[in-house]
Design a protein around this ligand. Sequence first.
Ligand SMILES: C[S@@+](CC[C@H](N)C(=O)[O-])C[C@H]1O[C@@H](n2cnc3c(N)ncnc32)[C@H](O)[C@@H]1O
Length: 248
Amino acid sequence: MEWDPEQYDKFRAAREQPFADVAGLVDGLRVRRVVDLGCGPGNLTRKLAEKFRDADIVGIDSSPAMLAQAAPLGGLHLRFAQATIEEFADGLAVDGDFDLIFSNAALHWVPDHERLIPKLVGRLGLEGQLAVQLPADDYNPARVIFSDVAGWRHQMGTLDIAQYAELLNAAGLEELTVFEKIYPHILRDADAVLEWAKGTALLPYLERLPPAQHAHYLDEVRRRLHAKYTGRPVFFPFRRIIFYGRRA
Ligand SMILES: C[S@@+](CC[C@H](N)C(=O)[O-])C[C@H]1O[C@@H](n2cnc3c(N)ncnc32)[C@H](O)[C@@H]1O
């Protein structure tokens, strides 16, 4: 998938609150080794490095464009590596156990969380913490438009919150916190909804279309977004799941 760090960054402030909510759950004591799965442009991984000053932190991502943006943010205790989340879960990328496995707005790109979550827990050290935030807005009206125009639906990997609680418990994690939260974004107008989605949710649809058809697809999406979101500004509630647990 062709990620564009500049497009993604246009809504940086709105995307930071969920990060703060999930990072706020982590107990900073004895956090020495941290991985940030799907670190993207690295600015939030850098915030983790500022929060956990004694830790060695590695951000992994599959996108070379995102990693190119992240690279200059690296330092003595912060580095970035190209790898998939699946490879990490299978123990094929970045050796060793982790005190904190963190992921913000990335795990929904990976399918089969019933298998993924136990594997991630398997990479935690004793008292290691797993802290994840991921979108849960499959039926947001804008997403329905994207799939209706495309004629197929991209399925996020996200499960129901109750399933995450079950999975974390079955994997042996304690101190569970699992909740769903609406982030009430206010976007300028219908075009801003399109701009937001161009950085993330539209990528799977654009990827399947020949580049020559992108403009036609986006024009039709824009037309339907304007029909749906007629006011200014647009209230754009965004549903996300946050889950946290700690290895006993
Ligand atoms: C929406 S961005 C989130 C970036 C960052 N965590 C943040 O909160 O700003 C999602 C990132 O996940 C990465 N990604 C998607 N699927 C991945 C996978 N299977 N393995 C590794 N990275 C993946 C993308 O390349 C992208 O950089």
